[in-house]
Design a protein. Structure first.
Lengths: 530, 190
């Protein structure tokens, strides 16, 4: 095997040690690790913010905070979770696993890779710094518009908006660089003999994500730049008095914002079939169908954006177009669901933690998808728009579909990355606590939304009190049970039962041919795929 | 050494593809910027979003004597402008093709010279292109002396081509402060 020749290779290099190793590294495994750790830290930061919000919502009336601070928390929570937790986690997996799965020695553009990561911490600081500045009497806190930056509110906002605009610029540059790197790696660095239709599903998911990022991040960057010039340089892009239009902002934002949903999910859809086939011990069902579905969803995702603001006052033909095009996405998505289920069908399944997360993920993400169909219906959306129904829906897609998917990936690859097995019992406990408390947090929010409770409001009418209390208690359990996750990861990194090269009985793919943990430099001689 | 050159070759290929993708990013940025004028053109052509063509129209040739359409007027003053502003009639009945005049009254409540710009919007949007303004105070910036009250005319007609199902049209005016634009002359950026 090719990797055997690389085992003694490490000593020849003069690696910087300590902090300089991490600052200057161009090694895909180091950078992947940094992405994943950064993501985990920001996941906890964003989680703390929303727990404060949930505690405020425990009872009607204002207990803890001022409404303006509440508005800051919900907006920064979303920005942190999307841009600093979910996206870096996916990029972290791409860094770690793409070269291993494709049989490449490293990512194609290693220095770009390093730069891409080190842009993230400054962006995260920019995003959250206004909270601290406000304590010293500078400015009035972080961005208080919600994560969508809607004009004209964002044109009028305080310095928090400017900080968020620059943070989004930097995060966008980082994502675009990461995407370029992924595309070049996938196109140029595959092992000899690995055609595009032979490469792992995860690479396909990331390839589409990368193209979507390149197509849409510049639109977001353009929109927030216009916002910036509106705020400070006298332009009127979104100001009706000067001939602009605030609705234009919503179009620009969601032209990015809807593909962003699939940007977050496609990498997960990529590795999930690999997890399912590992623990079902049979090959993935419908590889080609899944690849074509990815393309279908990728293309459709950029032509459906206006379903996020059906109530803005669109003409009926536009409403109908956006309704049907949105619903059309459920066709390739249903193909994916059937492929995932068929992969498990009559398999010899065992339920280790990654598989628990994967199966739970299919069910919960399915609920997220189906409630999305309800919202895609123009007539129904008029009732549900801007209520807690929407909040519950997108947490089923992004927490269950996104973060729980990422957790499945973490448990799946952690033994490969660290060389140790994690604590299986703790992992299972983490899954059950997460799945149950997640449902108890968000199922009540569906009912709250149906009953008409608006989102983004710090106070609510008395009749919503019981559901909110349940949701808050469950959210606290959900937050606390993530400490198990962190404990399990840390103790797994420090030691534990040695993991075999293959780790799982049914694992299949190039990454499992390497030792656990893989050597610092792997596949310096590329394997040949037959 | 053969292996080394192969690595260098691949690095070169990677760099080339990376630069090509950078062009794609540039294209996306260009697309984002061009969406602004495209959006304006799209809205003006289709009349979506209540955007009216803010230029004087020609008068209609024929008057449809058999049809009456209700035209409602609403007015609002945006924050930053201390004016009173309202139409003298809240609604009128018109015959398509016939030219009507409605007066709007604006009063400067401050002791300073203040300029404002009225921005019209038509609802339903599908009626947008059928409401023809011949003369409107919204075509130019209005400047009021301290305490001045001004009666401002709106002359318009409804095109006889107005779709049958439209029985009422609301014309809304929002007055914005236009102080900053005083230096930029009369150009109202529509």
């Amino acid at each position: 095997m090719s990797y055997a020749s690389t085992a003694g290779h490490d000593e020849h290099h003069d690696h910087p040690t300590g902090i300089m190793r991490w600052l200057t590294t161009t090694n895909h495994k180091d950078i992947g690790t940094m992405y994943l750790i950064f993501s985990l830290i920001m996941f906890m930061v964003g989680g703390l913010m929303i727990l404060a919000v949930r505690v405020e919502l425990f009872q009607p009336g204002m207990q803890l905070m001022q409404p303006d601070f509440y508005n800051q928390l919900i907006g920064v929570h979303a920005l942190v979770m999307i841009f600093a937790a979910l996206m870096p986690a996916a990029t972290g997996f791409a860094n770690w696993m793409l070269p291993l799965q494709l049989g490449a020695p490293d990512m194609a553009l290693p220095r770009l890779n390093n730069w891409g990561f080190w842009l993230l911490p400054p962006a995260a600081i920019l995003l959250t710094l206004p909270f601290t500045l406000a304590l010293f009497g500078i400015g009035d806190g972080a961005i208080a518009t919600g994560w969508t930056f809607y004009a004209p509110l964002s044109v009028q906002g305080g310095i928090g908006v400017d900080f968020a605009i620059f943070a989004v610029h930097i995060l966008g540059i980082s994502s675009v660089m990461g995407s370029i790197n992924v595309i070049v790696t996938i196109f140029n660095m595959r092992a000899p003999g690995m055609t595009l239709m032979k490469m792992p599903m995860f690479a396909w998911g990331w390839l589409i994500t990368a193209f979507l990022l390149i197509a849409t991040i510049p639109v977001l960057a353009g929109a927030v730049t216009m916002l910036l010039t509106d705020r400070h340089f006298g332009t009127h892009f979104f100001n009706a008095a000067g001939g602009g239009d605030p609705i234009l902002f919503q179009h620009l934002f969601w032209f990015f914002g809807h593909p962003e949903v699939y940007i977050l999910l496609l990498p997960v859809w990529g590795f999930m079939p690999q997890i399912l086939q590992t623990f079902a011990r049979k090959p993935m069902y419908g590889y080609k169908a899944q690849v074509y579905s990815f393309w279908g969803i990728g293309v459709l995702s950029v032509v459906v954006w206006a379903h996020h603001f059906f109530t803005v006052g669109m003409p009926v033909p536009a409403l109908i177009y956006f309704m049907f095009s949105t619903m059309a996405i459920s066709v390739p998505l249903a193909v994916l669901f059937f492929c995932w289920i068929a992969t498990m069908w009559r398999g010899s399944m065992t339920f280790e933690t990654p598989m628990l997360f994967a199966v739970g993920w299919i069910i919960l993400f399915g609920i997220g998808g189906l409630t999305g169909l309800v919202l895609a219906d123009v007539a129904a959306d008029a009732q549900y728009h801007h209520t807690y129904f929407v909040v519950a829906h997108f947490h089923y897609t992004l927490f269950a579909g996104g973060i729980m998917g990422i957790m499945a990936g973490v448990y799946y690859w952690l033994p490969k990355m660290t060389g140790h097995m994690y604590n299986e019992n703790l992992g299972k406990l983490h899954f059950w606590l997460t799945a149950i408390s997640f449902n108890l947090t968000f199922i009540p929010q569906f009912f709250l939304g149906l009953a008409g409770m608006p989102r983004r409001i710090p106070d609510y009418a008395l009749q919503f009190a019981d559901f909110n209390a349940v949701s808050t208690v469950a959210a606290l359990v959900l937050g606390l049970s993530q400490l198990l996750f962190i404990y399990n990861i840390v103790s797994c990194a420090r030691g534990g039962k040695k993991a075999t090269d293959k780790v799982w009985e049914g694992s299949d793919g190039l990454e499992w041919t390497l030792p656990s943990p893989p050597p610092y430099h792997s596949f310096t001689v590329q394997p040949v795929i037959k | 050494m053969a292996a080394l050159t192969r690595i260098e070759e691949r690095q070169e290929a990677n760099r080339r593809l990376g630069l090509k993708l950078l062009w794609l990013v540039g294209g996306s940025i260009l697309f984002a910027v061009s969406l602004v004028p495209l959006y304006d053109v799209f809205c003006t052509v289709t009349g979506l979003n209540g955007k009216t063509q803010n230029t004087a129209a020609q008068s209609a040739a024929v008057v449809d004597e058999n049809r009456w359409v209700k035209i409602e007027f609403t007015s609002s003053v945006m924050p930053g402008l201390s004016w009173n502003f309202h139409p003298q009639q809240n609604s009128i009945m018109v015959q398509p093709g016939k030219i009507e005049t409605v007066l709007f009254e604006a009063r400067n409540m401050t002791n300073q010279v203040v300029a404002g710009q009225a921005v019209p919007s038509v609802s339903p949007g599908s009626a947008n292109n059928y409401l023809k303004k011949i003369e409107c105070f919204c075509f130019v910036r209005q400047e009021l002396q301290p305490g001045e009250t001004r009666l401002m005319p709106l002359r318009f007609y409804v095109s006889p081509d107005l779709p049958e199902k439209v029985e009422a049209i609301t014309l809304s005016y929002a007055f914005f402060s236009a102080v900053k634009k005083a230096e930029q002359g009369e150009r109202a950026a529509f």
